[in-house]
Design a protein around this ligand. Structure first.
Ligand code: HEC
Length: 180
């Protein structure tokens, strides 16, 4: 075989196959592929303790810190519309359409769960926006542990929008008119 023919054969062989997929077929290369190592995604390694995401970390809420939070969302129609969607998605099932504590799973709404309070009963202690926010994010820590946690499901401005919507339900219940 002439030199030119050999060279073109080598080129043909090289371009025909991806070295990554054939290299392990060569005995002494295969040991590098099949060794005792962790394959990609085989075992996710948890971040080192104290690692903070680049987006920053939320401070754990307590009743005291929640109470002092300032609501950054103005009660605009946009905020209330979004809050209504959040409320009807996550809260209605227990607290009811108008927040009266009579959602379909609540005892007062014909369901199995007792102890779901009305959010619009003016005889209950008045809550600050921050305290309502605290219930939305960390109910387990804020209340008596009877309401599930929603901080892992409701994020960002949605949390304050639902606070605003609860406020508008309260105003409506008193005939004050909340959501226009
Ligand atoms: C699975 C039923 C359930 C769901 C869903 C639920 N809650 Fe609750 N909620 C409760 C119960 C039960 C309590 C009483 C909590 C306690 O005392 O620990 C409560 C208490 C509250 C309180 C305090 C009321 C007061 O006067 O003490 C607020 C505010 C509240 N919920 C808002 C919400 C909002 C907003 C949502 C939706 C993001 C929501 N809840 C979803 C069951 C629920």
């Amino acid at each position: 075989m002439g030199r030119a023919a050999l060279a073109s054969l080598v080129v043909a062989l090289l371009s025909a196959c991806n070295p990554d997929t054939v290299v392990h077929k060569v005995g002494w290369f295969s040991t590098m592929r099949h060794q005792r190592n962790i394959k990609p995604y085989a075992r996710p390694i948890p971040p080192v303790a104290g690692t903070v995401p680049v987006t920053g970390e939320e401070l754990p809420l307590t009743r005291e810190t929640a109470d002092k939070l300032v609501n950054p969302r103005t009660r605009t129609a946009e905020s209330l519309n979004r809050g209504q969607w959040v409320f009807e998605t996550y809260c209605l099932v227990c607290h009811g359409l108008k927040g009266e504590g009579n959602g379909p799973v609540s005892l007062t709404g014909g369901g199995p769960f007792p102890g779901i309070p009305s959010l619009v009963d003016p005889t209950r202690p008045k809550m600050t926006d921050g305290a309502i926010y605290g219930m939305v994010v960390e109910a387990q820590r804020m209340g008596r542990g009877l309401m599930p946690r929603y901080g892992d499901k409701i994020h960002g401005t949605d949390r304050w929008d639902v606070v605003n919507y609860v406020r508008s339900l309260q105003l409506n219940a008193r005939g004050g008119g909340g959501k226009q």
